[in-house]
Design a protein. Structure first.
Length: 110
């Protein structure tokens, strides 16, 4: 199913589904905490994340999988470890798009 507004065709089901998954990934407090931890360390592996944050390994891996699926984190294998880094380009683009969508409302408090 494709939804079209005038001549713009960016609102197709695939784009909407991806956008919803991306925003869902960002909306979870634990995933935000993991992103901030990775950002503070520049690059880190799952063991350091779950040990430092006091999480279960399986929970941490599940959240990292979600972040990888929507490309909010990038991975690089070094030996037996997979190192995670924040995909700053993706985060910047999301911020720009969301701010453009909501306008000045996001930065103003009532």
């Amino acid at each position: 199913m494709t939804i079209k507004i005038k001549s713009t065709s960016f609102l197709d089901q695939e784009n909407l589904t991806y956008s919803a998954e991306l925003l869902r990934a960002l909306a979870h407090p634990l995933r935000l905490q993991i992103l901030l931890f990775i950002d503070n360390n520049k690059s880190t592996h799952v063991n350091k994340i779950y040990n430092t944050l006091g999480l279960e390994q399986s929970i941490t891996s599940q959240h990292l999988r979600i972040l990888r699926e929507v490309e909010l984190v990038l991975t690089e294998r070094e030996g037996k470890y997979i190192y995670y880094t924040v995909n700053y380009k993706k985060i910047k683009n999301i911020n720009l798009l969301v701010n453009d969508f909501v306008g000045d409302k996001a930065g103003k408090k009532k």
